[in-house]
Design a protein around this ligand. Sequence first.
Ligand code: AMP
Ligand code: TRP
Length: 349
Amino acid sequence: MTNTALQERPVQIGDPGVGSRVLSGIMPTGDLHIGNYLGAILNWTRMQHEHESYFCIVNLHAITTPQDPAELREKTREVAALYIAAGIDPKVSRIFVQSHVHNHAELAWILNCLTPLGWLERMTQFKEKARGERERASAGLFTYPVLQASDILLYGGTPPRPLYVPVGDDQKQHVELTRDAAERFNRLYGEVLSPPEPLIPKRGARIMGLDAPDRKMSKSEKGQYHGIRLLDTPEVIRKKISRAVTDPGQEIRFDLARPGLYNLLTIYELFSGQDHEQIERNFTGQGYAALKKELTEVVSEGLRPLQERYKAVRDEPGYLESVLAEGAERAHEESARVLGEVKRAMGLG
Ligand code: AMP
Ligand code: TRP
């Protein structure tokens, strides 16, 4: 993004270490929203310059719930184009589609055989997604975190090295399971896998729904005024913000007891690059109307360069295909090394 405030914020990471790696991914289901952007993608754009980075579009995760084939294909390309539009540079990072690199499915099978059911039973995302439909939920939905562990562990390098996974707050548990899986594997078969660390931004790790500040902004929520999509027009953004749920009280300040207002101010903070004091000072003596007006401006302007780049990426014939083909080749090469070590260590290779 050309919005410098968004770019200049310091990356919250530990010591990058030698030859450190980054991997993350998003499912090509629903429409990407500012929660995905502020909680995950924005951090990727910063980290790619400090670590060897891999960003995938996790379409094998998408099929853990039913998908329309044509829509899945289109969404996969849309998400890839959005990665690039948001500032993931294909010359710097590898961008690829999960199903193009079969090593992910292969390692997932192996790790499935090593993962205790008890670990999976504890995963809150499964409980939420299966929601009382346990009998009908797919086996894939249940072992979803094992496929995610495979996505991550395949890029931990040989020999193992620091491995970071920049995600929003809701993915912490899955990355911790990945860490447990790596440690368990290493205890049983020797030091092959890199236990990863989740990197969760201090601000923006959990953007809430505009219509329901007690629920995380989510791709699967159907409400028309729930989330701001990365490809929403300024007019749609204005409508959504103007209808955003707020709390009683006049004063515009960061107050956790007023979750609707707090969420709007957090979005404002991240898009404007201003700190709390500055923001509270700007809005002294003003009310929600002023905040909503300014917020609309700052979000629309912040997303404009991304939307322009998105259009350019989609309009350039063959460009996306070539990025994804190159990404898959590089990802295959790298992941084959770790998978080879895993298979050798277990007597499979
Ligand atoms: P998902 O939309 O569940 O596929 O998530 C893709 C990435 O965006 C993951 O790293 C999530 O943790 C992150 N993410 C999803 N929703 C939010 C949100 N409301 N706030 C912050 N990060 C989010
Ligand atoms: N489970 C993640 C989500 O719902 C998506 C995902 C799949 C992922 N594989 C990953 C995230 C590997 C980080 C690393 O958002």
